[in-house]
Design a protein. Structure first.
Length: 470
């Protein structure tokens, strides 16, 4: 859930408490990152019971599999497209996007919000003077990702809450930073409001085993923002701010424990005790056995056996399949290696198979679009401040989310053709993926040019066809 405040300005004690609270959550974010990297602490940190026996730890990176499936389906570069009837406005927005490599940054934000449940983007203008009376707008609009472990945002208490303050902190020492032996860390803290940004340094000391925090405000430092809103975009994955695989972490733990236990039992079998009936082995016998691997003079096949316990491999395989299926089902992400997805199938059949996944994607799209519109709102502020004339605003922008699916171009062409009876040609063209129609405007111009060429074709002055004499 989002955090709220009814204060216009925060005092130093409130800022320190918010930072301490965020630092306490760092382990939560780090744990999600570990699951993504396949470093499941539940398995890797499990104590070894017997140092003389094998103890294999096999974390399976299902977290990474889920995130990559979701991001490949929704946030792959080129899947989010922008269009507007206000061409001047669309052109200026695209210039800003080109300056920021928007496709790649949006894709990375999509990954971050899917992993952590939330993501942050800081907007700024290069070359803006830090003076109160005027702005030197000689720079360009930029936006950049911010580590969610080092960003805090607060909303007001309105029915539709608005972001009113952001706090960003990261390691950075000023020239006059204290150097006493008790200092654990020095961090820069920017407290960002709609109009201005105040800078502090947070000094953390450890005395008598306890951490002490001192927030020092930089005297006479105020950076005036060029926006009418707090220049931070808060992307949310859902109301609960949960990552995509977070609800299935217990299932992932269970799968990893089962896989690790099975591998451990396998190697324990390789180190099983040898059972000999009415036979003793001298050291020279052991050396010979290691070389020949042969027992001679056995009266019965049970004279030499291994002490083992039975392993029900069929049951283990059943449990692994069950856990795997539940991980995918409860995360609402399809297992694309499943037999059901093999072979050719129609677009309708594939969409039916992906129905649950599409429900997840639609919810994520709804929340992600709110963040993209906030980004456009900040771009509108930039246009206004820099006095860039446009014929529209973010309200005129249409954001279309496409899915990364193998498409049947013939099927889409039939749908687009039928749509032209009730919609514009432009709307019909947006049905095609970027691999087929990368630029709708360019395609419209090409169609108009070809139509004009056809209309100018002089049919009346064509040479008459000569009919051969019989």
């Amino acid at each position: 859930m989002i955090e709220r405040t009814d204060k216009a300005r925060l005092d130093t004690e409130e800022i320190v408490e918010l930072i301490k609270k965020r630092k306490d959550k760092k382990d939560y974010f780090d744990n999600l990152q570990d699951y993504y990297k396949g470093e499941n602490r539940y398995i890797l940190d499990r104590p070894i019971v017997d140092q003389n026996n094998p103890d294999y730890k096999l974390p399976v990176p299902y977290g990474r599999k889920i995130i990559k499936t979701v991001c490949g389906y929704m946030f792959k570069s080129g899947l989010i497209r922008y269009d507007s009837d206000q061409k001047r406005y669309l052109e200026e927005v695209r210039k800003v996007f080109d300056d920021n490599d928007e496709d790649s940054k949006t894709s990375m934000i999509g990954k971050m919000v899917s992993l952590y449940g939330e993501a942050y983007e800081l907007a700024f203008v290069t070359g803006v003077a830090k003076i109160e009376t005027q702005f030197e707008m000689d720079g360009v609009f930029k936006f950049a990702r911010v580590d969610p472990r080092r960003m805090i945002v607060l909303y007001n208490n309105d029915i539709e809450p608005e972001l009113v303050v952001a706090i960003r902190f990261w390691p950075e020492k000023p020239e006059d930073a204290p150097e006493d032996k008790d200092v654990v860390s020095v961090e820069r803290v920017d407290v960002i409001y709609a109009i201005e940004t105040y800078r502090y340094y947070l000094v953390t000391r450890k005395k008598q085993g306890r951490l002490q925090y001192e927030l020092v405000k930089m005297p006479d430092f105020v950076e005036y923002n060029t926006f009418s809103k707090v220049p931070v975009v808060h992307y949310m994955n859902n109301d609960e701010l949960q990552g995509d695989f977070e609800p299935v972490i217990p299932l992932i733990n269970g799968y990893d424990a089962l896989a690790s236990g099975s591998m451990t039992e396998f190697f324990r079998f390789a180190q099983a005790y040898l059972r000999l009936v009415e036979r003793t082995l001298e050291p020279q016998d052991l050396r010979r056995l290691r070389f020949t691997r042969l027992f001679q003079g056995l009266r019965d096949k049970e004279d030499v056996t291994f002490l083992t316990k039975d392993i029900n491999d069929a049951y283990i395989e059943l449990m692994l399949r069950t856990m795997r299926r539940q991980i995918y089902e409860q995360s609402h992400v399809p297992d694309l290696q499943d037999e059901r997805f093999k072979g050719d199938m129609s677009g309708v059949a594939l969409r039916r198979m992906l129905y649950d996944f599409e429900n997840l994607a639609s919810d994520k799209e709804m929340f992600f679009k709110i963040g993209l519109m906030k980004r456009l709102e900040l771009i509108d502020d930039y246009f206004k401040t820099k006095k860039i004339e446009t014929d529209g605003s973010r309200r005129d922008m249409r954001i279309q989310f496409q899915r990364n699916l193998e498409v049947d171009a013939g099927e889409i062409a039939e749908i687009a053709e039928r749509m032209q009876a009730t919609t514009s040609r432009r709307t019909a063209l947006t049905m095609f993926p970027e691999t087929v129609v990368p630029d709708v405007d360019a395609e419209m111009r090409q169609i108009e040019e070809e139509g004009s060429m056809a209309m100018n074709f002089d049919v009346e002055n064509l040479p008459e066809e000569e009919i051969p004499e019989e």
